[in-house]
Design a binder for this molecule. Structure first.
Ligand code: ADP
Ligand code: ZN
Length: 215
């Protein structure tokens, strides 16, 4: 079972992918996480992508397709969750070719619908535990007063992403509408699209995804 989580920045793709990993043993392939790792590794590619990401623009198709190809070649899994990929029609075509080469299928594309105001509120309030990646939110799930992560128990290091500011977010939203939202039509036409409401709380969204996967 291979699945794409599709939706604008802040829709909750990463949060839901983590649930699927924990509960179903699927493997999350987040191009955003891979690019942030490349950035932190100080490689040449890392330097190129760091600036693009900080502005909220899209990294080139060539780079992200390369990252996904590498993962599909080396990681064995009975199920991949594509999180933040594909983001352009060219990436979607490339994914379809890569899966076909591996004799794999794409089983579901779940579009998570959230309105823009909620996205801005979620993203500008977001902080992540540097130890385990657990996501906190100033409004709905604040960092514990003792500064210790509820998930991993590590203390005091919570990071905010360089692109979680209003200006970069405006660019990310525009990139989403111009380049990624056409994928909704693309997968609809292929008969693979399911749409869910991403606005409810995490567990409601989780249940909606489970219902799609049970079909
Ligand atoms: P979000 O969905 O919250 O915007 P991600 O972590 O998925 O966050 O992506 C962060 C940034 O990484 C994007 O704004 C973009 O610069 C880059 N990126 C991630 N995935 C892709 C992709 N598939 N194609 C191009 N750029 C990407
Ligand atoms: Zn933690």
């Amino acid at each position: 079972m291979n699945l794409i989580l599709l939706g604008p920045p802040g829709a909750g793709k990463g949060t839901q992918a983590r649930f699927l990993v924990e509960e179903r043993g699927m493997v999350q392939l987040s191009t955003g996480d891979m690019l942030r790792a490349a950035k932190d590794s100080g490689t040449e590619m890392g330097q190129i992508v760091a600036d693009v990401m900080a502005r909220g623009a899209l990294v080139t198709d060539e780079i992200v397709i390369g990252l996904i190809r590498e993962q599909l070649e080396t990681v064995k899994a009975s199920g991949f969750i594509f999180d933040g990929f594909p983001r352009t029609l060219a990436q979607a075509d490339a994914l379809s070719d890569l899966l076909a080469e591996k004799g794999q299928t794409l089983d579901a594309v779940i579009a998570m619908e959230v309105d823009d105001e909620a996205l801005v509120a979620r993203i500008t309030a977001r902080a992540t535990c540097a130890g385990c990646g657990e996501v906190y939110n100033d409004n709905t799930k604040p960092i514990p007063a003792d500064g210790k992560c509820t998930k991993c128990g590590a203390g005091n290091k919570f990071t905010r992403r360089a692109d979680d500011n209003e200006e970069a977010l405006r660019t990310r939203l525009m990139e989403y509408y111009k380049k990624t939202s056409p994928l909704i039509g693309y997968y609809y036409a292929k008969g693979q699209l399911s749409t869910i409401d991403g606005l409810g709380d995490m567990n409601e969204v989780k249940a909606a995804i489970a219902a799609v996967l049970a079909d």
